[in-house]
Design a protein around this ligand. Structure first.
Ligand SMILES: CNc1ncnc2c1ncn2[C@@H]1O[C@H](COP(=O)(O)OP(=O)(O)OP(=O)(O)O)[C@@H](O)[C@H]1O
Length: 230
């Protein structure tokens, strides 16, 4: 069985806001949820009844506090993320904008910050970003790509966080000495969680569609590109 066989996909959005004159890009530090502790553009799931573009504008407002006129939000591509042994792919509709309205603000999910094109923190971003974002910055869009993520072996995980917990410890009576009273004492212990960059996944392969279709297209379940709206 193909470990990258898809039976369903989630439609997501990703908005990159850039300042051409200053050569800067607005990224958000994801504080929680999928992709936590990584810098990324703004976006999320497209809700029922929404077009990807409407979803992109809504998420940008929710996560960065800013709005973009719909006609100033340009489709920059579609990226399909596939995860080993996960039948649900993430079809990410990527948009770009060069002007915005409103005041940039932090929310409980994202911390926005401007970065020089030369200082993009690729080592704290999804691995695929370093492949396609430079292309986008150089105006080589629209981009149609498929990015394959394999599960990392556990020993490649990076320990990043140690959580101290206080847990009740009950001494286990030994077979030879049977105590009359077994007491429960409180003692402190700790364990380590692994929370590596890019979670338990590592990008293993990617493919860009070289020949852009004449007709707008979208990536279908089998990974082929079927339609593309602007
Ligand atoms: C695998 N490689 C990847 N590379 C680059 N970007 C990636 C990505 N995988 C997901 N993304 C982006 O991460 C956001 C997740 O959003 P996500 O938290 O799931 O959505 P949303 O905020 O709507 O969640 P809730 O609906 O609030 O739960 C969304 O912009 C999506 O495009």
């Amino acid at each position: 069985m193909d470990p990258f066989h898809l039976t369903a996909k989630k439609v997501l959005t990703l908005v990159m806001v850039m300042d051409k004159d200053q050569q800067k890009i607005l990224l958000g530090y994801k504080k929680r949820g999928f992709g936590a502790h990584l810098w990324n553009g703004f976006g999320g799931k497209v809700e029922p009844g929404e077009t990807p573009k409407e979803g992109a504008l809504r998420e940008l407002e929710e996560e960065a506090g800013i709005t973009v006129k719909p006609e100033k939000l340009y489709k920059a591509g579609i990226l399909l993320f596939l995860f080993e042994n996960d039948p649900v792919g993430l079809e990410t509709h990527v948009y770009k904008a060069f002007e915005h309205e409103g005041q940039i603000r932090e929310c409980d999910e994202m911390r926005p910050q401007w970065f020089n094109f030369a200082d993009i923190p690729f080592d704290q971003m999804w691995e695929d970003d370093r492949v396609w974002l430079p292309k986008l910055l150089q105006g080589q869009d629209p981009l149609f790509g498929k990015m394959y993520f394999k599960r990392k072996p556990l020993d490649e995980s990076v320990e990043t966080e140690t959580i101290a917990v206080t847990a009740p410890v009950t001494p286990v009576p030994s077979a030879t000495s049977f105590p009359v009273n077994v007491s429960t004492t409180m003692t402190s212990t700790s364990f380590t969680t692994t929370q590596p960059i890019n979670g338990p996944f590592a990008m293993s392969d990617y493919k860009f569609e070289q020949n852009l279709p004449a007709v707008p297209r979208e990536i279908a379940l089998d990974g082929t590109i079927a339609s593309f709206e602007n």
